[in-house]
Design a protein around this ligand. Structure first.
Ligand code: TRP
Length: 448
């Protein structure tokens, strides 16, 4: 099977499109709010710089050297007597599990894009009611929106690497950046901006507990799309002349920048009208629309732009969650792309409906396990167990199983000797230790 190649800019946009997602614009701001701002942001930035970036280089390397689907690349690169490493490639299937709830949230965003067109909620209670009705009562609408999201993603992935994934990212990523930076420029003019800036960048150490640290580390993996084979699968189509460390740096930088800009925009608006930052997952769906109502018609315009950016970010990430399994089915089972896309989409569409119903009042009980909604179980399993495990396998594979000279040859051109050694130390020691520690913590096995 011949894998198509991205253009250089196409690869950067596709990888950045994968990384920049709901994690940046929805999750990062509300987590920052919940964990008290500055200190949380600092831990997040440090993890990205010292662990996230290293693992991103490692994951790209496996794809670029293996040039196959996730399973095939691990198998190809593993030493002859240790071909069992191919099983690590099944991390690609985590994308389907993530998609079961990711697609539901993209569905909510589509709903908001239409709903907010007709006016913003004027009180928090009204905003809560809109959200709770959608999520808790109106399963038909939620299913329709989830289905639309599944169809759009399937349609793009079905067009393949060049004319589907690369093309859509080259359009949506710049659009998203223009929208967010436009909103940032406006936010500059608000009094709330300096408060937002202080909230995000002045560390309040007393707010930093062990939970905040673990969540910051976990989020830095999720936001960079690491530990699942998404970056690996894209890197199998990396153009020959591209430098892995440079590309990984640009992608990491863009992802971080966009999260920070999204945070600054949201908090500027919130602080402008005295709202509190720690509102949890409802921050973007409940607090933001209510606050924007203060701007009158202009507020509707801002809200639409914001949700449009959120939709773009979500779609480009979703594509990268689906593509690894599609590529696997094509490579391994000689399926046509259309068949592979259909099968993959069908699976997460069905489970996604279960996840969605688990939040509704009428079906919640049926779709829960031990009192936990299926939606939360799926999110917890991927976030806290499967992604860190995937990251750990990648770090160990590149750090210990790939021959040092081979790794060095692949990275040498664009990485000096010193940086290479720092990177290798991080991949062999810092990343595995941090990941094991984080997993045990999130699973409640140890507590710091
Ligand atoms: N990084 C995306 C976000 O921030 C989500 C995502 C896309 C992802 N592909 C991934 C997360 C692969 C983990 C692994 O929303």
């Amino acid at each position: 099977m011949k894998i198509q190649r991205f253009s250089r800019i196409g690869f950067i946009m596709a990888a950045a499109g994968s990384a920049v997602g709901l994690g940046n614009i929805w999750k990062f701001p509300y987590m920052t709010g919940e964990y008290g701002g500055g200190a949380f942001v600092l831990v997040y930035l440090i993890t990205i710089a010292f662990i996230g970036f290293s693992v991103m280089v490692a994951e790209m390397l496996i794809g670029a050297l293996g040039r196959k689907d996730t399973v095939g690349s691990f198998e190809e690169l593993a030493p002859p007597n240790r071909k069992y490493w191919k099983y690590a490639g099944f991390m690609g299937f985590n994308g389907i599990i993530i998609m079961t709830f990711y697609s539901v949230v993209i569905g909510w965003i589509f709903y908001y894009l239409v709903k907010l067109l007709f006016g913003l909620p004027s009180t928090t209670d009204e905003a809560k009611q809109i959200f709770n009705t959608l999520v808790g009562d109106n399963e038909i609408i939620a299913i329709v929106c989830h289905t639309i999201s599944v169809i759009i993603v399937a349609w793009i992935v079905n067009k393949g690497i060049k004319s589907g994934i690369e093309k859509i990212n080259l359009i949506l990523m710049p659009s998203l950046m223009i929208i967010l930076f436009g909103l940032l420029i406006y936010a500059f003019s608000l009094d709330g901006f300096s408060k937002a800036f202080a909230f995000m960048f002045e560390p309040k150490w007393e707010k930093l507990n062990s939970e905040a640290i673990v969540r910051a580390v976990g989020h830095s993996f999720f936001t960079l799309s690491l530990g699942m084979g998404a970056i690996l699968t894209y890197a199998a189509s990396l153009p020959k002349e591209a430098s892995i460390p440079k590309t990984a740096f640009i992608v990491t930088f863009m992802d971080t920048l966009i999260a920070l800009v999204a945070g600054l925009v949201i908090f500027s608006f919130l602080f402008q009208f005295g709202a509190k930052p720690g509102q949890g997952p409802g921050l973007v769906f409940i607090s933001l629309p209510t606050i924007l109502n203060n701007f009158g018609t202009l507020g509707i315009f801002f809200a639409l732009l914001f949700f449009l950016a959120l939709a773009f970010a979500g779609i480009t990430s979703a594509i990268s969650l689906v593509e690894p399994v599609v590529q696997y089915l094509i490579d391994r089972f000689n399926q046509t792309r259309t068949k592979a896309v259909f099968l993959t989409s069908l699976i997460y569409w069905v489970i996604g409906i279960g996840a969605l119903l688990s939040y509704t009042n009428s079906w919640g009980k049926i779709f829960s396990l031990g009192g936990k909604p299926l939606f939360d179980i799926l999110e917890y399993t991927t976030d806290s167990i499967l992604l860190p495990l995937g990251g750990l396998l990648i770090a160990i594979f590149v750090g210990y199983e790939l021959h040092k000279d081979r790794v060095k040859a692949a990275l040498e051109n664009s990485m000096g000797d010193t940086i290479f050694h720092i990177w290798r130390f991080s991949i062999r020691y810092i990343a595995p230790i941090a990941l094991i520690f984080m997993m045990l913590n999130l699973m409640g096995i140890i507590k710091i």
